[in-house]
Design a protein around this ligand. Structure first.
Ligand SMILES: Cc1cc2nc3c(=O)[nH]c(=O)nc-3n(C[C@H](O)[C@H](O)[C@H](O)COP(=O)(O)OP(=O)(O)OC[C@H]3O[C@@H](n4cnc5c(N)ncnc54)[C@H](O)[C@@H]3O)c2cc1C
Length: 213
């Protein structure tokens, strides 16, 4: 069901806000940054935090034949997979010394060019302890100044700015909990969910099938 909000799950019955209901043998809740609608108590105790990211889009620049997605060295600070690199602490220390605000706002820079030449520049990270809907222009300026150090574009004019919220766990790659037989919470993949989801899902599915067989 698209365009449907699930408001409750009880005895393997999914209740939708418009009154529809659907029974299922197995229900997996992947509600990501909505920590309030389903199982709010469990999610409040889960240690999941909401993280806000700011992003920008530029006017078109010339597009070469192949235009790969590019990530600067700052990006390496964000992923656990790079923590074992011998040079990681030195990189952290250098960023802290030279550009402390880049650290404070979790700025890393990545560039993805669209077919029409526009470039998406990302991003920053702030734990969303306040509920402010507003973006910080200081963060946008930091993203732009760090991007200009490593990428060359014909046009740096920003045409769109936006933010996104995701949920992440301080230690776990994903937060899992069984809520009743056949009903699992599975969320909080945070900044690595696009890359890891297929693997996480396959492993979890195998475990769940193993449980029932
Ligand atoms: C700016 C940004 C940059 C990122 N960069 C990377 C990256 O470089 N590499 C990487 O691996 N990952 C990255 N990620 C993370 C990745 O996008 C997420 O981890 C991934 O999208 C999570 O997938 P999901 O399906 O669990 O949640 P989502 O994609 O958030 O989908 C959850 C869906 O559930 C719906 N929903 C919630 N509650 C209900 C309800 N009660 N009823 C019905 N529907 C509901 C929501 O509307 C939403 O559509 C990035 C994320 C952002 C925001």
């Amino acid at each position: 069901m698209f365009g449907a909000s699930v408001v409750a799950i009880e005895n393997r019955m999914v209740h939708v806000s418009d009154g529809r209901r659907q029974r299922a043998e197995r229900i997996i809740v992947c509600s990501e940054s909505d920590l309030q609608t389903l199982y709010p108590q469990t999610l409040a105790e889960s240690r999941l935090v909401l993280c806000k990211l700011q992003m920008l889009k530029t006017a078109p620049s010339h597009r070469g034949e192949s235009s790969p997605h590019l990530a600067s060295g700052l990006t390496l600070r964000h992923y656990a997979a790079f923590r074992d690199c011998p040079s990681a602490p030195a990189l952290q220390a250098r960023v802290q010394r030279e550009t402390p605000k880049v650290n404070a706002y979790g700025v890393r820079v990545m560039a993805s060019q669209l077919a029409n030449g526009e470039v998406i520049l990302s991003d920053s990270r702030e734990n969303r302890s306040d509920n402010s809907p507003f973006d910080k222009s200081e963060i946008d300026e930091l993203i732009l100044s760090e991007a200009k150090k490593v990428f060359r574009l014909d046009c740096w004019g920003v045409t769109e700015r936006w933010n996104v919220i995701y949920a992440k766990h301080p230690v776990l790659p994903v937060f899992e909990q069984t809520m009743e037989e056949g009903v699992q919470l599975f969320l909080g993949t945070g900044g690595a969910g696009m890359t890891m989801s297929f693997g996480l899902a396959e492993n979890a599915w195998r475990d769940w099938l193993g449980e029932t067989s």
